[in-house]
Design a protein around this ligand. Structure first.
Ligand code: ADP
Length: 227
């Protein structure tokens, strides 16, 4: 469970103070699909950075299970980033010079996993994201949807408890987007998936929970909570 209590984040640029996250209190469950909706500039990316431990709030608390994020040591924070969390970025962040497999297993290579473990995890994950049979393809021989599945597989391979995805269907057509949302829905049975999107229609269709950020006034509120 992740709990945000009265979280505020300000930026100061050229003497101007921007209130990027405005007094946000929200509780995310352990599993399920949560969407964050809001217009451009409403603080969605800032919120993802706070949840990801990449930035810290100016006021308020972020509780990860039973610990407050600001009390994490440097080592705990690195562990949190490496094992608790998987990020899926908008532009896939796929490395074109690497194969499909090399892209997916990169986090395990970095963490020094043994070859046998890597191969085993890779086979499982490939099946989960429905890319089996495409192992030999080069990245430039894959569609946008398939590249997004690689990015999701790379986030999943560490067995994270939470997946954070920033506009994961921003560059995909509507049918491919639906397939990707369906995949996230399936994955969210086992972990928490938080997706930032402009796609309100899909959020309403797939979400267990929606956090909607208004451009002015009192920051965020939950507008839907299923199940
Ligand atoms: P969104 O992701 O919803 O588009 P952001 O979180 O990127 O919104 O930005 C929220 C507000 O904070 C915007 O007004 C933006 O200009 C400002 N902002 C974001 N990052 C910075 C930064 N590093 N320095 C100064 N202002 C920032």
């Amino acid at each position: 469970m992740i709990i945000l209590k009265n979280v505020n984040k300000y930026y100061e640029t050229g003497g101007e103070k921007v209130h990027a996250v405005r007094n946000l209190s929200v509780t995310f469950p352990n599993t399920g699909l949560a969407f964050i909706l809001g217009p451009s500039g409403s603080g969605k990316s800032t919120l993802l950075n706070l949840l990801g431990g990449l930035d810290t709030p100016d006021e308020g608390e972020i509780w990860i299970e039973d610990r407050e994020l600001s009390t994490f040591s440097r080592k705990d924070r690195t562990n949190y980033l490496n094992s608790y969390l998987g990020f899926v970025f908008q532009e896939y962040n796929i490395l074109k010079d690497l194969s499909l497999k090399e892209n997916i297993v990169l986090p395990l290579e970095i963490q020094g996993y043994k070859r046998k473990q890597i191969n085993q995890k890779f086979a499982e994950i490939l099946n989960d994201v429905e890319l089996t049979g495409l192992e030999k393809r080069k990245v430039n021989q894959l569609s946008g949807g398939q590249k997004q599945r690689i990015a999701i597989a790379r986030a999943l391979i560490k067995d994270p408890k939470m997946i954070i995805a920033d506009e994961p269907t921003g560059n995909l057509d509507s049918e491919t987007s639906r397939n990707i949302f369906n995949l996230f829905k399936k994955l969210s049975q086992k972990c928490l998936v938080i997706i930032v999107t402009h796609d309100e229609e899909s959020a309403l269709e797939f979400a267990d929970m929606i956090v909607s950020i208004s451009p002015d006034g009192d920051s965020l509120k939950e507008v839907k909570q299923n199940g």
